[in-house]
Design a protein around this ligand. Sequence first.
Ligand code: BEZ
Ligand code: FE
Length: 259
Amino acid sequence: MGNARLDAIFSDVLESLRRVIREHRVTEGEWRLGVAWLTEAGTQPNEIPLLLDVHLGAAVDDVNNAVETGTENTLEGPFYVPGAPLLIAPYVLPMRPDEPGERLLFSGTVRASDGAPLAGAMLDLWQVSADGGYSHFHPGYPDYNLRGRLATDDEGRFEVLTVVPVPYEVPKDGATGRLLAALGRTAFRPAHLHVKLTHEGHRPLTTQVYFEDDPWLGRDAVLGTDRPSLVTRLVRDDGGPARCSYDFVLEPQPAAVPA
Ligand code: BEZ
Ligand code: FE
């Protein structure tokens, strides 16, 4: 017997595509171009996950991870790597001795939906460097550069030194970039910090923090991810590192549904 759920989903995918073909009267030339473009994507490493994340990842994330009372979720993206170093306070994200970029002190709290501080909540942080690369994905970075895990203190607070992330372009030398260019869209994402938060008894949260006044906010290449509630302010006022803060809220873990 076939898989009924797969059958239902695949039939709907096909029906949606047939409707598009009919409504737009897709020509045979356009069809062949589409097939060639998909074939090209399939031969490029990491291109299919990137393509799907850019166009569809946010929808899958929302279906599965939308929050009710906590900090809004947003897409994990293709650049997460598990197993980042567990840091010891005072927290500094692992970085190269000559790591370029302005230093950033990122602080905040993690609380439950009722406002109770969550001590020992774990933040798993990852970000792009000031020269525009993610360790493990772009060449020339040590493993786990600008990636680390840290715990909140007894009052649910955290503070970590890192560098200010920059707006960057999603890889655009492959099929994903060619499509964005053909659509007249840029490949830029607003600057952001990625974070996964966990605390026992609470729903794990994967989200991103953005910065006010970023020229790419609202026109993220990855549609549906740069949510206004996730935007904070970068403060530069005392000659020290830039500072930003974000107060996260984790929802209670929903009761397990009996199998
Ligand atoms: C990112 O934020 O790292 C990302 C998300 C989706 C597609 C590409 C990159
Ligand atoms: Fe990113």
